[in-house]
Design a protein around this ligand. Structure first.
Ligand code: SAH
Length: 465
């Protein structure tokens, strides 16, 4: 290791920034966030620094740098665009044993400024020893996406209870187990869900009863339409901590692969008319598993509250007093619309959009046709493949012209996505002859016209440049 990593307390300490441009401004911001007292020495300032000087956030000395400016400084940053000036700042500062950083020429200074993920009081710093600031930035972006924004609040909670917990659990091992249960379990999840008071109450009760930290619960999670990139951060986090996963056919294998490797996986079926495990059985299973103290992930395609029967599942959980949370997902309509280049609403073509299920019952589809057949409205039909002829026929019978544009998106957002477009008269034939297979989504309305121009996702061929 060539560098010694530290976090410096600069609160109310005098720090000097030499240079008045945008680069200097960025360093000033960072120093100000650490509550340092910042002096800027430069012949002129960029607008951002001028505002800061005017607002009294920094002290400004309008002049060229000279050695005397270093007197009394705790830390110095050279951020001018003149490498000779930077070099001389670094040399003089080092001579006076003042830590100095030279922006863009890290080898000249005595310290570098890492890329940071700020979840104060949690701070993660990434450094590459100056080898590649871009690599550090990329790594930081990855960390940003895996460390939820609320980690700071979690750390504050721990801080508040540290002494009490220390007094309660004198055995260090028991204490560690306690904190692990809190930080990975119910208490943390409550906090992540924005329920701070409930989290604090749960932490208190966990202190009375160590078991409480490992109580079972259910996560009803929307997995999106297929592309794993469309998962939410929260979905991914819960997927990686669940003990058991209940999933159905709509959940793509690539998504299932992202669940914790040693989690138990239960397939509960659900293709059309093939309810491998009946809904009531699924509801009971969720209750049973949670009562065994497990963290149960109920993974659903799309969004759990849109034609997903998620409501029924948590209804049963609420009755049984099992804690649960619901994570929204990108519903098929949003995913397919975006990936097929069909905006569901558009100023020129559609001011409203309705989602309906086109599920056949006894060979017919029972829908409020008059409500669907409205001008300037997009109709999105879930589960509409087997009843497609009947759907299109009814829409025309109730007043849509047979020439109304219509599309069918097969396996939307996945590498196998296919989009068929035509009109209400031609679509059924087109789809049959291509042998389209579920899951498919039907979109009806003038917005479909935009597909030719706006389609960008071409699976296999990569995105349009
Ligand atoms: N909760 C889900 C919908 C479940 S109903 C959601 O919010 O998306 C199942 C229907 O969703 C399928 O019959 C199909 O119409 C639609 N669907 C789901 N994923 C799809 C995909 N990747 N492409 C096209 N349609 C999809």
């Amino acid at each position: 290791m060539d560098l010694f990593p530290v976090f410096l307390n600069l609160r109310q300490r005098p720090c000097l920034v030499v240079g008045g441009g945008e680069v200097a401004a960025r360093k000033v911001t960072l120093l100000r966030r650490s509550q340092a007292q910042v002096t800027v020495v430069a012949p002129q300032l960029c607008p951002r620094l001028r505002d800061a000087a005017r607002g009294g956030d920094i002290r400004y000395q309008e002049k060229l740098f000279e050695a005397a400016d270093l007197v009394g400084q705790t830390l110095v940053i050279a951020a001018t665009d003149d490498s000779e000036v930077n070099r001389s700042v670094a040399k003089l500062a080092k001579r006076s044993n003042i830590p100095v950083n030279v922006v863009d020429q890290p080898q000249l200074g005595s310290f570098t400024v890492p890329s940071i993920v700020d979840r104060s009081p949690v701070l993660v710093a990434v450094a590459t020893g100056g080898a590649s600031p871009i690599l550090a930035r990329l790594l930081r972006a990855r960390l940003e996406s895996t460390i939820p924004a609320v980690y700071g609040r979690l750390a504050e909670l721990v801080e508040r209870f540290r002494r009490e917990v220390q007094a309660r659990f004198t055995d260090p091992r028991a204490r560690r187990r306690f904190w692990e249960a809190v930080l990975q379990g119910h208490v943390a999840e409550l906090l992540f869900a924005g329920r701070d008071a409930a989290a604090e109450a749960a932490l208190r009760s966990a202190m009375e009863d160590v078991e409480a930290g490992s109580r079972g619960e259910v996560y009803l999670v929307g997995a999106g339409p297929g592309d794993p990139d469309l998962l939410t951060f929260r979905a991914l986090r819960l997927m990686q901590q669940a003990d058991v996963v209940l999933y159905d056919r709509l959940v793509a294998p690539a998504i299932l692969d992202l669940t914790r490797r040693d989690a138990e996986r239960l397939y509960v079926g659900k293709a059309r008319a093939d309810h491998t495990v009946p809904q009531t059985k699924i509801n009971e299973l969720l209750v049973e598993l949670a009562q065994q103290g497990k963290r149960v992930l109920r993974l659903k395609g799309g969004d759990p509250f849109i034609f997903g029967r998620g409501g029924e599942e948590i209804d049963r959980l609420a009755d049984a007093g099992i804690p649960f949370q619901v994570v929204p997902g990108i519903t098929a309509a949003a995913g397919c619309g975006a990936y097929a280049g069909i905006p569901l609403t558009h100023r020129d073509y559609a001011q409203s959009c309705v989602f309906v299920t086109g599920h056949l019952k006894d060979g017919s589809v029972d829908l409020n046709w008059d409500a669907l057949v409205q001008p300037q409205q997009t109709v999105v039909i879930y589960m509409g493949l087997s009843g497609l002829e009947e759907l299109c026929r009814q829409l025309v019978a109730h007043g849509f012209p047979a020439t109304t544009p219509a599309a069918l998106v097969e396996q939307g957002t996945t590498a196998k996505q296919r989009v068929f477009t035509g009109d209400l008269a031609s679509l059924p034939r087109l789809v049959r002859s291509a042998g389209a297979r579920a899951p498919t989504l039907v979109i009806v309305g003038d917005v479909v016209k935009l597909h030719d121009k706006l389609a960008w996702y071409r699976p296999g061929a990569g995105a349009r440049q």
